[in-house]
Design a binder for this molecule. Structure first.
Ligand code: AMP
Length: 116
């Protein structure tokens, strides 16, 4: 699978509304927000295209970094206490469009269950 648009965002070759960045993680506003807060949180490494590429032992540190970022961003956007949803779409049936692992952090409104 070729390079994704997220690799270009990491290299700052195309613009994004970046809200958080570390050596390992980048987070930016989703271009088509599905909630008042909709942030994508991605690892800077490109080797995890989808959850089936995850090797728990190998990738534990980066997965930790993604969730640390989610906690920080949720606080920054004022949704830490009201609650939020973290979504990872994995593969065609889940509607995954970009094959670079990403957490969707969604909040600022009441969420429905089951998801569509
Ligand atoms: P998924 O369907 O889980 O692969 O989600 C991909 C997400 O990336 C979608 O919610 C898109 O709206 C979002 N997206 C695609 N291109 C961009 C971009 N250039 N900047 C920000 N978000 C994007």
């Amino acid at each position: 699978m070729g390079e994704t648009i997220f690799a270009k965002i990491i290299r700052k070759e195309i613009p994004a509304e970046i809200v958080y960045e570390t050596d390992t993680v980048l987070a930016f506003k989703d271009i088509k927000p599905q909630a008042p807060v909709h942030i994508l949180i991605i690892p800077k490494i490109t080797e995890i295209t989808t959850t089936k590429d995850i090797n728990g032992k190998l990738h534990a540190p980066i997965l930790g970094d993604l969730f640390d970022a989610a906690n920080k961003i949720a606080k920054d956007f004022g949704i830490s206490e009201s609650g939020y949803r973290i979504v990872i779409n994995s593969g065609p049936d889940a509607g995954q469009e970009v094959y670079h692992l990403h957490l969707h952090l969604l909040g600022g409104r009441k969420m429905n269950w089951p998801p569509g």
